[in-house]
Write a protein that binds this ligand. Structure first.
Ligand SMILES: C[S@@+](CC[C@H](N)C(=O)[O-])C[C@H]1O[C@@H](n2cnc3c(N)ncnc32)[C@H](O)[C@@H]1O
Length: 172
């Protein structure tokens, strides 16, 4: 399967663009070991990362995110369906916030959960405890809530290795 075919096969709900997906995929691929994704939503980025064939742990409370799906029933049901339909047996998911995560070593961590300054700090601290070879953060931006994500990321991780649109990566 080409990257274009892979990208076109991803669940459509979500914000990850093709240039961002390319950087995310390439950065994750250059690492070894398990992959942690914080904030999985409908599974767009989870399916992309899972296509690498390595174990992917997805954590997300799957609630209180979409105003029309407060309990997250629709979102989690859809996430489970896309994972099952694709036969992605390498994906495990846990319905928790990142703050509740028990740390284990990971090769790569993708952060796309709580988009506040404090939430981003929590996510980065957890990610660092997993001692990954690389971290990627979505919504690193120059305005809106992304500005606070950017501020937290620069404070804790320093200058990024690469950024495409709103996806920044740090090779550690
Ligand atoms: C922007 S969406 C993630 C999009 C997904 N990565 C994709 O590519 O489609 C943000 C997700 O983060 C989750 N979230 C919010 N706060 C969180 C937290 N503290 N820990 C883990 N996940 C969180 C939300 O429930 C939501 O599903």
């Amino acid at each position: 399967m080409t990257f274009d075919e892979l990208f076109d096969s991803l669940p459509s709900k979500g914000w990850l663009t093709k240039p961002e997906a390319e950087l995310l995929y390439r950065t994750a691929k250059a690492t070894k070991g398990g992959i942690l994704e914080v904030g999985s939503y409908y599974g767009r980025s989870a399916c992309l990362l899972a296509s690498l064939g390595r174990s992917v742990l997805c954590i997300d409370p799957w609630k209180d995110f979409d105003s029309d799906d407060k309990l997250g029933v629709k979102t989690l049901t859809s996430f489970r369906k896309v994972i099952a339909e694709r036969g992605l047996v390498n994906v495990a998911w846990v319905r928790i916030k990142v703050e509740e995560l028990t740390i284990e070593p990971m090769g790569f961590v993708y952060l796309d959960g709580d988009h506040t300054y404090e939430g981003t700090v929590h996510q980065i601290l957890k990610a660092q405890e997993c001692q990954p070879q690389a971290i990627a953060i979505h919504d690193v931006n120059d305005d809106g809530e992304g500005k606070e994500i950017k501020r937290a990321a620069l404070e804790l991780l320093g200058p990024w290795t690469e950024r495409v649109e709103r996806l920044a990566v740090w090779t550690l």
